[in-house]
Structure formats: C-alpha cells, structure tokens
Design a protein around this ligand. Structure first.
Ligand SMILES: *Cc1c(COP(=O)(O)O)cnc(C)c1O
Length: 380
C-alpha cells in the first residue's frame, strides 16, 4: 500500500524548465532571473503593499526580524506556545528569553487575554518585551484585531509567523501583512515549496535591502571584503527560486485543493459525534487549511488521538499529533509561561490528518474506510 503523507511536495509543472534555464544561463548562485521573478510574483500576491526579501528558510526570516527589532542578549520576546519550535528558536539564537503565551479555543492561536496578562506582568517587573511573535497555526488566522490593539497599547512590535498561512486572510487582508514583519516558509511540507526556503515580508524597500545585506554576510561596499557588522549566510539560491516560481503559478489552485480536503473531512466527521474538525470561528477568518485537524473526545468514541494515529499508521497513512506546546518542551520548560492549559489540551486530544493538495479521491476513500472501521470496532 502506497503511503498517504500528511503533506507532501506537489510538483506544479514548470519547475524543471526554470531550473534548466538558470543552469544554462550560469545563474546557479544567489542572484538571477528566478529570484527576481519569484520575488515579483510574491509582491503581486501580497498586493504590492509589502516588500519581499527571499531567504533560505522561514527560521532565518524570524531571526532577521528579531535583529531588525534590536533584540539582544537578555531581552524578552513574547512567543505563542502552540507552534513549531522554529518560531521560538531564533529568540534563543539572539541570547534573548522567550516568554510563552497560551492559545484560545477558537483559532488555536495567541490568546489576547493571556497576552495582555503577560505584558502587564513583564512590564511591572521592569522587563518590557521587545517583540511579540504570533502564529497562524495550521493556516488559521489569529485574532488580529485584538492582538494588534494590545500591541499598540503597549507599543511592542509584532512578528507575524505566517509560515503555514500563505493565502489565508483575516477580514480580507492577507496573513503576513499585519505585523511589523511577516514571515513565510517554503519548506517541503508547506503549501508551496522551493525545496527549502523562506521570505521576510517588510514594510519598506530599505528594510528589504537591509535584510538582503545581512543575509549575504553583511559585506560593506568596498573593492575588498570588509565587514562592519556580523552577517549571515541566509540567502536563497536562484535554483530554489526556480522551483518557487513554478509553484507560484499553481498556488491558488493548491489553496483550493487544501480547502477541498478540509471540506471532505468536515463532511465525513459530521456524522460522528466525538470527533470535531477544526474550523473557522466565523467568515472573517479564511484559512488556507494547510493541515486539517480534528479533536477527539475519548469518552464518546472510545479511543484517543494516539490510538487513531497508530491505527492509521498500520494502513500506511501518516498523521501527526498537534504541536506539543513550547512551554512543555524539555529545551524551553524553564522559561516563563502565561496561560491556562488550552494548548496543552489541544496537544492531548488533537490529530492532523493527511491534507496535501495532491490527496486523491482513492486516498480519501481509504482514510474514510479505515476510520469508519476503527470507530465500529471500538464501539461494538
Ligand atoms: C515551518 C515553520 C517555520 C519555519 O520555516 P522553515 O522554512 O522550515 O525554517 C516557522 N514557523 C512555523 C509555524 C512553521 O510551521
């Protein structure tokens, strides 16, 4: 039986053409036509309101955003606990201290109430955080109106981790464009890929240029190598950008297909009390549904998320438990945390299901059959 993946690379069609052209032109380094075109496509996608700096990963983009905001050793940075470790790691790269904040139940993203509690408390301790990193988990937009108004009240900038939310919107505005900085990822498991890459969404051309300067080892303009500050090797290659360029041509279609997969799960689980598909709180929140997730009530169906994961694995169907919150991770457990266990409960009861834009009709049927049989066996 062929493996059904959680989220796999979906080739668009023109990738080889753009890579081949780059090789033929000798543009195999970090400059060239593919980078220029990919950047323009993204600018158009974000309605030209943002400047795009292409980088080698989403993690690098978060790191550079922190550097732009002057985050230094000993500073504190607020970070959503319910996320992938890449949201928090760059805080530690800077020698700064992550302060984790819980999620709310409607979007699974940063809880405005707990954010405000955290800010009040840190400020009262004389430790005003330097930035707020919030996430649109699984593609679901966070409650941006409330979060932005808190950030304005305390005058603390937002880094918007939109790694999973390319094409998601809140009140018809694209995720990634709300914060002082937005970041996206083109890792292989995301909605589109460059085989590994990312971008920093900046508000001005100047910040875009500064990002590219830092990402290419901070070389001063001189006829020899001269450096007045520490740089990074974070640039995207023109080969990777060729893949991204081809993927941009199919992005709208891939978003529609991810949303189709979500509709399939909504329809299927409607009949099953005890398993709920994660969905938008209302029509202001449009998720790209990067991954479709369910919450499982063991008292109703007789099994938990890990039981279902293992059962699906027997049939070579890959699923994953939801994020284990950062404040519960061995590496982050000693940092401050503000919350009331909402994200702990999501971790305990949730499961991400196969959600790729290349999920076939037959694969959906296989998933449906295995789950239906499992529910039947557990409840006879
Ligand atoms: C994937 C991801 C990142 C990191 O992106 P990379 O391109 O893999 O470095 C950051 N944050 C979240 C929430 C992600 O899912």
């Amino acid at each position: 039986m062929k493996q059904i993946k959680l989220s796999s690379v979906h080739v668009g069609g023109n990738e080889i053409k753009y890579i081949e052209r780059a090789i033929n032109k000798g543009e195999v380094s970090n400059y060239g036509e593919n980078l220029d075109r990919f950047e323009k496509q993204l600018e158009v996608f974000f309605l030209k309101k943002s400047k795009i700096a292409l980088l080698n990963s989403g993690t690098s983009a978060i790191h550079i955003a922190l550097i732009h905001l002057g985050v230094k050793s000993g500073d504190e940075v607020i970070c959503q606990s319910f996320t992938f470790s890449a949201s928090a790691n760059p805080i530690v790269y800077q020698g700064a201290i992550p302060v984790f904040v819980d999620s709310e139940n409607e979007t699974w993203n940063m809880c405005p109430l707990h954010l405000e509690k955290a800010l009040k408390d840190r400020v009262s301790k004389g430790k005003r955080p330097k930035a707020i990193i919030l996430v649109h988990s699984y593609g679901m937009p966070a409650k941006m109106d409330e979060l932005i108004s808190i950030s304005l009240k305390y005058n603390i900038p937002i880094i918007e981790d939109a790694a999973e939310a390319l094409g998601s919107t809140y009140n018809e505005q694209k995720c990634g464009t709300f914060g002082d900085y937005g970041i996206i990822s083109f890792n292989g498991n995301k909605i589109i890929t460059t085989s590994g890459g990312g971008a920093l969404i900046c508000k001005t051309s100047k910040l875009r240029e500064r990002t590219l300067f830092l990402s290419t080892q901070a070389r001063d303009s001189a006829p020899y190598y001269q450096h007045s500050e520490i740089g990074y090797n974070y640039s995207m290659s023109n080969i990777a950008a060729g893949i991204g360029r081809a993927q941009m041509e199919v992005l709208d279609n891939y978003i529609a297909l991810r949303r189709d997969a979500n509709r399939f799960y909504q329809e299927f689980f409607k009949k099953i009390s005890g398993i709920k598909v994660f969905k938008s709180p209302n029509s202001s929140f449009i998720s790209n549904h990067w991954l479709s997730c369910v919450l499982i009530d063991k008292t109703k169906v007789g099994f938990n998320n890990e039981d279902l994961r293992l059962e699906l694995l027997k049939y070579n169907i890959e699923t994953k438990l939801l994020w284990k919150p950062m404040h519960m991770q061995p590496v982050f457990k000693d940092y401050p945390y503000y919350g009331s266990n909402i994200c702990n409960n999501l971790f305990k009861t949730g499961l991400c299901l196969p959600s790729g834009s290349n999920l076939t009709q037959d694969e959906k049927k296989r998933i449906e059959e295995v789950i239906t049989q499992f529910i039947f066996d557990k409840n006879k």
